[in-house]
Design a protein around this ligand. Sequence first.
Ligand SMILES: [Zn+2]
Length: 316
Amino acid sequence: MKFPAHVLTVLLLAPLLSFSAAAADQVRDYPLAKIAAHTYVIHGPLGYPSPENQGFMNNPGFVITKDSVVVIDPGASLQVGRMLLKQIRTVTKLPVTHVFNTHVHGDHWLGNQAIREAFPGVKLMGHPEMIKKIKEGEGQVWVNMMNDLTKGYTKGTRSVPPETATPDRSDIKIGGMTFRVHAPEKAHSHTDIMIEAVEESVVFAGDNVLNQTIARMVDGTFRGNIAACDRIAAIKAKHYVPGHGPTGDVSVVTNYRNYLATVFDDVKQQYELGKSDFEMKDGIVAKLEFFQGWDRFDIEVGKHISQAVLEIEAAM
Ligand SMILES: [Zn+2]
């Protein structure tokens, strides 16, 4: 079939035009959920970064204090950070003065760039190990990975890391509110902080807790992650914001803890019986019926069993 020249030109240029317009701008809007009196979350879609989700798949949150806005995890790219800022402006005119980054995985913090662009004086905060790892080059690894996985959608995104280290159990007072830092050791990533907005009774758990989806465990430990879940469940907060998936009550934490503990305890038991990881899989999957429909379950569960074996061997 032969197209007339002008139709051909349109056909050839259309993908280019839509691509360049999208890449320079910001990700499409997702609904803003008010989860407590002054706390909001934009729940990103589940899945891995892709051209379809424009690299957006975490849960950026913010708390409006008396004087300013405190952001937790502004997302995977400059473009996600801009979408977050646009949504913040729909509910307040106050400036963003502080950002907490829950850990080094780029889907949670590369949006720092957009916040710094709009508010040059903003204080960016994270775990000291996160700051160190980014200095050693991990930030650029994530910038490149996001760009590749989204086929260039996140182009223009740069690594703008946190500069201020947040010690474990510190209380940071901002605009009359208390942000309590919980920095568990060797949990999801060895760079984790969880942020408790005390007066709001909200805990931002980072990827130590996921809901309806399963985390990659390559940078963490089962024991540490289970302990992190126990620590924040003991707070008995009203609301828990997972790193990915819907916000909920403490059952969001205990469910995820159950997943990790079921895998780890069962692997340990069967390892002691001399079984290898591929022999363990069917029995363990059968015990995880509650989680079988969760996003990434089929991809991650086998890897988790192998990682649990390695962790058990390393501790011997
Ligand atoms: Zn993560």
